[in-house]
Design a protein around this ligand. Structure first.
Ligand SMILES: NC(=O)c1ccc[n+]([C@@H]2O[C@H](COP(=O)([O-])OP(=O)(O)OC[C@H]3O[C@@H](n4cnc5c(N)ncnc54)[C@H](O)[C@@H]3O)[C@@H](O)[C@H]2O)c1
Length: 331
């Protein structure tokens, strides 16, 4: 893995959100000077490590953003901020093109102005659409099937042009399913659509049951298979990217899938609670299997998951949810 031994100024959008908060924690621990820029629409003030400076602002507020970037004088920019609800994007696509494409254009222009030396972007496996081959490699054709995936793909393309024309080097990370928690920071979305936190809410007695969408998929137990990657491992990849040269795209996943039923079993086992579930019909647009090949990140970036076991991932999430049963205080 590339190591950055010296302290860098790093500007992190969305650093008050789930993945951003854990990455900021790691950056601060590694000795970097971190500015977080977040509008707190989904994020939380307490999710920002006290060693980082928080600027509350929106990517759409050009002057405020440029001011924060100039003051942060970043060598690297890590861009987590986005709207990330697939279902909502199917009913309100404009919100996704505005927040994930139009407004972040300000960030690209600010990055060019301050001559940032690296731009790290949180992309997603949703840019691929239903894959032709499993595991999914970075050269899988990108054919998103929802505006969320499309908006992320559009930003990837913008970034590629900015690299070519303005010489802004990038690391694009296509995450699979982020899961788990660090000791201090975990997953607290106002609208939670992810399987593990929803199962753990049932385990905590905050919901009567969780829904399972589709039990007749062509998979061994009939439920969808997804690739769960620990949030601390995602953070580690971002730290490694700071020492990267050139511009590259990487999948970030475990390289192994778990079915919905396997995740339910792991949550029951770890929590020791029954966790009732209700079986529902398939949701439109859910591919049966999404599993990453993270081989390129392994060989090029020297990154590999340090917490690959589903039970350990769930345990870390359970610890965090038990310690924060109602999430962060600022909900
Ligand atoms: N969670 C996953 O499994 C997953 C998978 C693939 C990709 N991603 C991507 O990773 C990134 C982080 O995901 P997350 O789960 O941590 O999401 P999150 O919603 O917890 O964090 C996003 C943060 O961005 C902030 N934000 C949103 N719009 C903003 C704006 N216009 N200006 C300033 N701040 C703004 C929110 O307040 C929030 O704190 C997103 O870009 C998402 O698309 C996440």
């Amino acid at each position: 893995m590339f190591l950055v031994s010296r302290s860098m100024n790093v500007f992190v959008t969305g650093g008050a959100g789930y993945i951003g908060s854990v990455c900021v924690e790691r950056l601060v621990e590694a000795g970097h000077i971190v500015t977080v820029f977040d509008n707190l629409s989904e994020g939380h003030r307490e999710a920002v490590h006290p060693g980082a400076r928080l600027v509350v602002g929106d990517l759409g507020e050009r002057e405020a953003l440029f001011d924060a970037v100039r003051k942060g004088a970043p060598e690297a920019i890590i861009h987590f901020a986005a709207c990330a609800l697939v279902g909502e994007s199917m009913t309100n696509p404009g919100k996704y093109f505005r927040n994930n494409v139009a407004h972040p254009l300000n960030l690209l222009n600010a990055a060019v102005e301050v001559k940032a030396r690296r731009f790290v972007f949180s992309s997603t496996c949703a840019t691929y659409g239903p894959p032709a081959r499993i595991p999914i490699t970075e050269d899988e054709p990108q054919k998103p099937i929802n505006p969320y995936g499309e908006s992320k793909l559009m930003f990837e393309r913008m970034l590629t042009w900015y690299e070519r024309i303005h010489g802004l080097p990038f690391s694009i990370f296509r995450y699979f399913n982020a899961a788990g928690a660090s000791g201090a920071f975990g997953e607290d979305h106002r609208i939670e659509t992810h399987l593990i936190p929803n199962l753990l809410k049932v385990a905590l007695g905050q919901a009567s049951h969780a829904d399972v969408f589709g039990t007749d998929y062509p998979t061994p137990d009939g439920t969808c298979i997804r690739d769960y990657i620990h949030v601390s491992d995602l953070a580690a990849a971002h730290i490694a990217a700071l020492g990267q040269t050139g511009s590259e795209v990487f999948n970030l996943g475990n390289g192994a899938g778990a079915s919905v039923r396997e995740v339910i079993a792991a949550c029951r086992e770890v929590s020791g609670r029954a966790i009732p579930v209700r079986e529902k019909p398939r949701r439109e647009g859910d591919p049966p299997v999404l599993v990453a090949s993270a081989e390129k990140a392994r060989t090029t970036l020297g990154w590999k998951p340090s917490i690959p076991a589903l039970a350990e991932i769930v345990e870390s999430a359970w610890r965090w949810h038990r310690a924060h049963p109602h999430g962060y205080a600022s909900r």
